[in-house]
Each structure stands twice: as C-alpha cells, then as structure tokens.
Design a protein around this ligand. Structure first.
Ligand code: BES
Ligand code: ZN
Length: 421
C-alpha cells in the first residue's frame, strides 16, 4: 500500500515539475493521479490514461535482476512494470515533457489520468468518472498499454477482449477422509472439480456453456483479410513465443483470430487434496478452481457469469455442494479504426516508425476502456509498444529502450496530429 502511494506521489512531483497542474485523488483503494495543462476553449482535448500499479513479482527466484531495481541489459529495460505499464506510460509523460521544454506549450488540451488499480479491474475508477464527468470531458483517449506485433512494426489496436472471473469451491465431507475407509462411498470434491472443468469445452476446444456464443459478433471479412497479412502473429511465431508443442483452439479460426476476436474459458488455477511429496491416501474435504472467461463484442460479463453458473450447477456431480464466487469483470471493446482520430493516430505511427501501421484487436483486457466510452462518450486509441516477449505479468518483464524512445516520439507526433483533426 505504502509503495503504491509513493509511486503516485512521485508522479505528481514529476508532472508538477514539468509545468502541469497535478494532484492525487484518494479513492477507497489506491489513489488516482490527474494532471492537466492550461486548457484553451478552441483546442482539442486529449486524455491519456495509464496505470502505475503492477502485478506481483513471484516467483522472485526466476528474476535475473531485482524486479524493482530497473536495469538496462542488451538494449532492454528489465523491471516489473517496464512494459505493463510504467514504461509505456512514462513514454507519454516524457513526450509531453519534451514538447513543453521545446515549445513552451502543447498543441492540445491535455488530461493525464493515471490509476493504481488497473490490475485488479479498476474498481474505483468508474465511480470517479461519473463524479468528475465534466472535468474529464475529452474528444479522444490515448493509451499505450498493449502490444506491438513485431519489433519496429507500428501497431494500432481497435479492440480489447472483456473478462469475467469467478472462483468455484466444491465441498464434500466435513473434513479430509481416509480414502481406503471412505473412497467409493463418499463423493470426492477433487474429482467433481475435474468433471466440471472437463464440461466447459467440447473435445475440439469450443466452449460448451449453453448460450455462450449467442451475442458474439462474427468476424468481418475485411478484418480476416487484413489480419492474414499482419506479420509476427503466424502459428510459428506463437509456437516460438509460447514454447508449446502445438497450438490448440476453436476450429475454423487462425491463432490471431482465436485470441483477438473469439471468446474463451480458461482455468487460471486449480487445487485440492494432498500436494506434498509422495502419496497420501486422502479424500479431500474440498477442492477449487479459478476460472476466467475472455469476452468479445457484444457479450456481457454479467450475462455470461449467469450462464456459467447455471452450467456449473447443471454439471455438478451429486454428493458435493457447489459455491460460485464471482470475481472482477470488464466489458469487451471495439471501435472503428478508420475514424478521424484513428486516421490521425495512424499518421503519427507512420511518421515515427516509417511504415504503415497494422490494425489489430487485442486479446488482453483493459476494462475501463468501454467504461470511458459509456461515461465520457469518447473512444480510445490503443497505441501498443510492448513486444510479445515482454514477459508481462511474469518474471523478467522487459521493454526495449528503442520502444521507449519511439513511444516518446509517438506521443509528440500523436498530439500534433490530433490537434489538427
Ligand atoms: N496491459 C494489460 C492488458 C493487455 C496486455 C492488453 C497486452 C493487450 C495486450 C493489462 O494491464 C492487464 O493485464 N489487464 C488484465 C485485466 C484484468 C486484471 C481485469 C488482463 O488482461 O488480464
Ligand atoms: Zn497487466
């Protein structure tokens, strides 16, 4: 808690020193940081969002250098948050700093909005947007918290998957039992969890929850044709990036389509029973599984969780009890990449990287993006700078210095372009 607060205070000091008006807004959780230049009535207003919270660092032993002591090695910055999201976010901060130093002013009305709770689903940012709707009013939002398909290939995202999470607890006997004395006569919660997990997909990888695909917007032909030409996202690249022996997923879709435009059901963690060395002949009292569902337009997280809960109840074997504890969720997002702001961002990307950007949707989630649209009525430009080997959420997270510097130039080009559309 203290370290997150210190990070927010550091940001406010940095933004103030740059000449912006910056302040901390406490929430019931981690604080928000808000900063702005002097706004003029006849200029575009651009809101740049980022998050300064990070995922836990464990397993710590696998880090080659300490996660909170950034180190530059082999042309990359190595640290927790180097890519997700401190590094990408700071590229925007330093871009603005450079423009202010060089020109004394910015070409747009700027709002920086940085939060400390993105990685837990932004629980306090939605209510803050409602309460501060007027002062946050803007024409467009820019975020660099996504990926770049390959080094040097400018990438603009126009979609994000949503998410719906839950934990399922299966309870059986009142305590662990001797499996010889009771096995065969008492239902085993670990077996029940395994059956439930197995019921979530058909043999080919489609999600088997009734109604799961009902609201899924089909892929457009132009998207499929466009994505077929995107470099860096073929099966061979995914095999190399993941180390998996083979790719697997819903039939009829490429790997990129499966991750960018199709919904999924994933087991994030599963447990119960004896986990130690050797065997212990026990029949566990309970077992659990943590599930998350990645969603695409026009699926609704609450509706999906209702259908999943119904499915789990239906498929839960007899002799055990089932509890479904809903977790955080977020709506999916998609926008028109060819809007005037989208085109301006593509011009900026071209200017910085020297080639036409690729247009993709993202498999990950930034739940606040759809909330921005609903409350602030503004669309978001996703200008990703992280590479596929950035190790986000994992040990040895990294961000190339070249991408950091490109991000600084991109911020400057972007604000210049957005000022004129
Ligand atoms: N920056 C990521 C999301 C991301 C990464 C989008 C790469 C696209 C490409 C973000 O910080 C994140 O991890 N989001 C979580 C959201 C969840 C905790 C509500 C996610 O996607 O799991
Ligand atoms: Zn993240």
């Amino acid at each position: 808690m203290g370290d997150v607060r210190a990070c927010a205070e550091w940001l406010v000091a940095k933004l103030t020193a740059m000449g912006l008006t910056a302040e901390i807004h406490p929430t019931a959780g981690h604080p928000l940081v808000l900063a702005r230049n002097a706004h003029l009535p006849d200029r575009r207003t651009v809101l740049i969002y980022g998050h300064y919270d990070v995922q836990p660092v464990d397993p710590l032993a696998l880090w080659q250098s300490p996660p909170f002591e950034p180190e530059i090695r082999d042309g990359k910055i190595w640290a927790r948050g180097a890519a997700d999201n401190k590094g990408q976010m700071m590229a925007h901060v330093l871009g603005v700093e450079q423009t202010l130093r060089g020109n004394g002013e910015l070409p747009v009305n700027l709002i920086f909005l940085f939060e400390g709770e993105e990685e837990i689903g932004s629980p306090h940012l939605g209510p803050f947007l409602v309460a501060h709707r007027e002062e946050l009013r803007c024409d467009v939002i820019a975020i660099s918290d996504t990926g770049m398909v390959a080094p040097g290939v400018p990438t603009m995202g126009y979609g994000l998957r949503g998410i719906s999470c839950c934990e399922v607890i299966i309870r059986g006997p009142k305590g662990d039992l001797h499996s010889g004395l009771f096995g065969g006569a008492v239902a085993n919660p670990a077996t029940a969890v395994a059956r439930l997990v197995a019921s979530l997909h058909d043999a080919e990888g489609r999600v088997a929850v009734a109604g799961f695909y009902d609201e899924v917007r089909p892929l457009e032909t132009w998207e499929r044709e466009m994505w077929a030409k995107v470099p860096g996202v073929g099966e061979l690249e995914y095999l190399a990036a993941t180390g998996s022996p083979a790719m697997f997923g819903e039939p009829g879709y490429t790997t990129a389509e499966r991750t960018w435009a199709r919904p999924t059901a994933e087991v994030n963690g599963i447990g119960g029973g004896y986990q130690g060395e050797g065997s212990k002949t026990v029949l566990p009292a309970e077992a659990f599984v943590k599930l998350s569902f990645r969603l695409v337009p026009d699926q609704d997280p609450a509706t999906i969780m209702e259908r999943v809960t119904r499915h789990l109840k239906q498929y839960c074997p007899s002799g055990v009890s089932l509890e479904v504890i809903p977790g955080h969720d977020g709506k999916p997002y998609a926008t028109d990449p060819h809007s005037r702001f989208g085109k301006a961002a593509q011009t900026a990307l071209h200017a910085v990287f020297g080639m036409d950007p690729v247009l993709i949707r993202e498999g990950g989630s930034i739940p606040i993006v759809q909330t921005f649209r609903e409350i602030l009525e503004a669309d978001t430009l996703l200008l990703g700078l992280a590479l596929s080997d950035a190790q986000v959420h994992a040990p040895n997270e990294n961000f190339p210095v070249a991408n950091f510097e490109a991000g600084i130039r991109l911020n400057r080009a972007l604000l210049a372009q957005l000022a004129n559309v």
